[in-house]
Write a protein that binds this ligand. Structure first.
Ligand SMILES: [Zn+2]
Length: 72
């Protein structure tokens, strides 16, 4: 079991959280006009940096999104 720290509720069990993706990975808009290569770049082709990154997580019981630093 892992414990995550919610900035609003404090320390909680990891099962209360859901990963929301990489912070700063902007979704291409408008969706119907986005080229397949741009969708692939957004959803599949990600750089894997060897530096600390930020991730988006949602605390499911609170229903609020937050971003946390993650280490590579
Ligand atoms: Zn919370």
């Amino acid at each position: 079991m892992q414990l995550f720290r919610c900035p609003f509720c404090g320390t909680r069990d990891e099962t209360e959280f859901h990963y929301g993706g990489e912070a700063g990975n902007a979704r291409p808009e408008p969706a119907p006009e986005t080229a397949a290569t741009d969708w692939a770049r957004y959803s599949i082709c990600r750089a894997i940096p060897r530096v600390p990154t930020r991730e988006i997580w949602v605390h499911l019981t609170l229903r609020r999104f937050s971003s946390w630093s993650a280490t590579a």
